[in-house]
Design a binder for this molecule. Structure first.
Ligand code: UTP
Length: 274
């Protein structure tokens, strides 16, 4: 089985649903309470043992690099205010637990292209993928990425996290079809990106958590633009699914769609009332 130490964060998208805020703030830096969205995702990856963090950025996203670096000026200013200085502990601890590598996507051609741009960072290893705008609260269970690592170790192939969605919302998701092989686990036979409700084979939708084997790069290399004119990871995964090499896992926990204003507000309320 391939080593699994890396986690990729595609974070180059424009975040148009949050304009005008995202004109100058990366969507991934919007806070849920006192931490930005990407903090939750990176913490989840590192807790799952994926401490080599790789982030794909676009222009105007350098605030993300700054967040995962020391801020000497702030720390000097707060040196004699220990209570305030302590507020930096969560991010400084996170920084000390991982390594951080960044590259730019260049042209924003879709999630599949963002992942393909990580080929040289990832090499010949399996890797996690977290979309930071999907914030997961696993409550009393282990984190969603930790649950997925266990599934990966059992089946030794790519894993996508899924949840049930109302069928009328199928056109917002990648939808899978497959054979149930154990409780909450399916071997995927088909994946369709954003099907109309009438064309959706199931209501099992992929969320922003994946574990991918490195053969995904071969599939992405000749994946043409699909839904929305973007290079879709779902289309590349479909080719692996045809070989029986994709598992879908219905995770335990709650996912907040922080890529939409509605889901973002729900996350803030959910975390505030925890
Ligand atoms: P989304 O479509 O949800 O994000 O992409 P977006 O494009 O940033 O937001 P909207 O729809 O315009 O509001 C899913 C994930 O894929 C990344 C995004 O950053 C997000 O994490 N992505 C998308 C890229 O990194 N590159 C792309 O070309 C497209």
């Amino acid at each position: 089985m391939s080593k699994l130490k890396k986690c990729l964060f595609p974070a180059a998208g424009y975040g148009t649903r949050f304009l005008p805020a995202t004109k100058s703030i990366p969507k991934e830096m919007l806070p849920v309470l006192d931490k930005p969205l990407i903090h939750y995702g990176v913490e989840e990856a590192i807790d799952a043992g994926l401490n080599e963090i790789n982030i794909i950025l676009g222009r105007g996203k350098s605030a993300i690099e700054d967040y995962f670096d020391k801020n000497y000026e702030l720390e000097t200013e707060l040196a004699d205010k220990p209570k305030k200085l302590k507020l930096l502990d969560p991010i400084n601890k996170l920084i000390s637990r991982g390594t951080f590598t960044f590259r730019r996507q260049g042209a924003m051609l879709g999630l599949g292209d963002a992942i393909y741009k990580a080929k040289t960072m990832i090499g010949n290893e399996s890797f996690g993928v977290i979309l930071a705008d999907d914030v997961c609260d696993s409550g009393r269970y282990e984190s969603v990425m930790t649950q997925m690592v266990q599934i990966y170790k059992k089946y030794d192939c790519s894993v996508v996290a899924i949840m049930e969605v109302p069928i009328e919302k199928s056109d917002s998701y990648g939808i899978i079809e497959g054979t149930q092989i154990e409780n909450d686990v399916y071997r995927v036979s088909k994946m369709i990106e954003k099907p109309k409700p009438a064309d959706a084979p199931t209501n099992l939708a992929i969320i922003g958590r994946y574990i991918l084997t490195s053969d995904i790069f071969f599939m992405l290399a000749d994946t043409k633009p699909g839904a929305g004119g973007e290079i879709q990871i779902t289309d590349a995964l479909q080719k692996l699914a045809e070989q029986g090499k994709v598992i879908a896992y219905k995770f335990k926990g709650k996912r907040y769609d922080c890529g939409s204003v509605e889901g973002y507000v729900e996350a803030i309320n959910g975390f505030y009332n925890k």
